[in-house]
Ligand binder design. Structure first.
Ligand code: B1M
Length: 474
């Protein structure tokens, strides 16, 4: 449950909040300023702002205390945003403020204790709070009501950027098209309402997310660059330094609250980097050390091993590394997983899905199939490897008995690829076709062929096959 309550004295430049969230902030003491996009308004105790998390905003002022409740935007929020405006404002009297803060305190307590049924209790307090707020919002004048249409358009664009900031191909044109504006209209609107150019804003969103990843995860710079839609590591370093005055490494180290936590983040980063270099022995040793330091097995798996394998997979897709590098990285990953396995079971970590894979009957090529298998394991899937020369009935029986969500068939010969059509037919005959997805691939296989035989998914390389299998298992 992604709900949090914070009491802050926020200073400085507005930073974008978390996309897809709603923030309710009550000024409880002091006086100061609330800056929302390009507009600044005075604020004092009793002022309350309800806004979409993605809008950049901040509070500043002497001894200004603001309590903020953040929660995922859901259906219940539609009622509190009048006329679709992304911001609501209320001026609360003392009694109303007390009532609001009682709900804040109750939610905070439930979040801390997390006893039985705490999620139900949090939700019910949240509902009561939203009903209460319905009576107070829009009672006072708000500067932000001056240009409602512009606000709604900008808000839609910000949401689009928030959803797509990880896509390095996102442009002013594509965002403008998505919100039904021309590029020049959106560009002008950005300068007027946000106070920044489109490019400046996108950069700040990406770097803001990078800061969070540096602070709270052990992800490598390459993975951060990928997740934040930035161009490459050198560009990331340059932009980051310009914006924050420090390097990503210095930022990470200065934000680590204590030495012990720092050591944990560093060891996870080392695991990921050693895996990418294919250093199996180092990975084995580091995973053992991380467990001894008390790093949760799930974290070592996700942020160390799988994140490292992800980087290798992406590089393989872009032809930046080749088969041998992938094989050594996969071997290093398997060494790490072997150490982790008993701890993963203890921590209750479940695979993201179960698939079976094999090279079809008559075909003995297994290098590509093995790569697909490794990438799938690298994505956290449980993979049953049926080997080569696998009969259609064998695929189907395994899927049925083991409860696989996906059957994966590889073929390298034009003479054997038609066995894939037999796998589809065998699944139909066994009555499991609606319970299992069938993926096909290998050098002679194409998208058209996949459609022709009635399979569900074709991918051309191992990394894409792994991504697709994760989607199919959802
Ligand atoms: Co063979 N072979 N081979 N071979 N062999 C090819 C495939 C061939 C193209 C060579 C040629 O003529 N130029 C040709 C096939 C022609 C055709 O049908 N179009 C061929 C032939 C004819 C044969 C024999 C018939 C030769 C003979 O005996 N006369 C014979 C057949 C044996 C049999 O299978 N019954 C044969 C045997 C062999 C070896 C045993 C010597 C050896 C295989 C060793 C092994 O695999 N353990 C071998 C090899 C190595 C090759 C080549 C050289 C390399 C194949 C390979 O591993 N590529 C190949 C020629 C070539 O490609 N240059 C050739 C690397 C691998 C990573 O790529 O498997 O395509 P690939 O996998 C990719 C993607 O396709 C995809 O992801 C992988 C990585 O991104 N992918 C999937 C694969 N499966 C996927 C599944 C998915 C999704 C993506 O979803 C489920």
């Amino acid at each position: 449950m992604d709900i949090s309550i914070q009491t802050t004295a926020c200073r400085g430049e507005p930073v974008p909040g978390k996309n897809g969230t709603v923030e309710i902030s009550v000024v409880t003491a002091g006086t100061g300023w609330h800056r929302l996009l390009n507009e600044t308004a005075e604020c004092r105790p009793g002022d309350m702002y309800i806004l979409q998390g993605e809008l950049p905003h901040c509070y500043s002022g002497e001894e200004l205390t603001v309590q903020t409740l953040t929660f995922p935007a859901g259906e219940e929020c539609y009622g509190i945003f009048r006329d679709d405006l992304p911001v609501s404002y209320a001026l609360l009297n003392n009694r109303a403020m007390e009532q609001v803060l009682v709900h804040f305190a109750a939610i905070s307590e439930e979040l801390d204790r997390q006893e039985q049924d705490w999620q139900v209790a949090v939700r019910s307090h949240l509902s009561l709070l939203l009903i209460l707020l319905g009576r107070y919002i829009d009672q006072a004048d708000t500067a932000h009501r001056r240009h409602p249409k512009e606000w709604v358009a900008v808000s839609a664009a910000l949401r689009e950027i928030g959803d797509r900031f990880g896509d390095s191909a996102m442009t002013l044109d594509s965002v403008a098209a998505a919100v039904f504006l021309s590029s020049s209209q959106l560009s002008r609107l950005f300068r007027r309402v946000v106070g920044q150019s489109f490019q400046e804003y996108v950069r700040s969103v990406r770097l803001g997310h990078a800061c969070r990843l540096l602070r709270y995860t052990g992800l490598t710079n390459e993975e951060i660059v990928r997740q934040c839609g930035l161009k490459d590591v050198p560009t990331f370093y340059r932009l980051f330094k310009n914006e924050t005055g420090t390097t990503p490494y210095q930022y990470r180290m200065s934000n680590i609250e204590n030495e012990e936590k720092g050591e944990k983040i560093m060891i996870i980063t080392e695991i990921s980097e050693s895996l990418q270099r294919g250093k199996a022995k180092d990975v084995e040793r580091l995973v053992t050390e991380a467990l001894e330091q008390g790093v949760p097995a799930a974290r070592i798996l996700n942020e160390g091993l799988l994140s490292g394998m992800n980087v290798v997979g992406e590089k393989f897709k872009r032809n930046e590394v080749y088969v041998p590098e992938v094989l050594v990285a996969a071997r290093a990953m398997n060494k790490g997983i072997a150490v982790l396995k008993p701890h993963l079971a203890e921590d209750g970590v479940k695979a993201k899905g179960k698939v079976c894979i094999g090279t079809v009957q008559g075909d003995l090529h297994d290098i590509g199939k093995n790569l697909v298998k490794m990438m799938m394991e690298g994505k956290g899937l449980e993979v049953i490897d049926l080997g080569t020369d696998v009969a259609p009935e064998n695929f189907v029986q395994t899927a049925k008995e083991q409860g696989c969500q996906v059957i994966c068939c590889s073929a390298l010969l034009t003479t054997t690829m038609d066995v894939m059509a037999d796998v589809v037919k065998a699944a139909e005959a066994a009555g499991i076709r609606d319970q299992v997805k069938i993926m096909v691939g290998g050098a002679p296989v194409t998208e058209e062929y996949c459609q022709k035989i009635g399979a569900d998914c074709y991918t051309s390389d191992a990394a894409s096959a792994a991504d697709a299998a994760v989607e199919l298992c959802r």
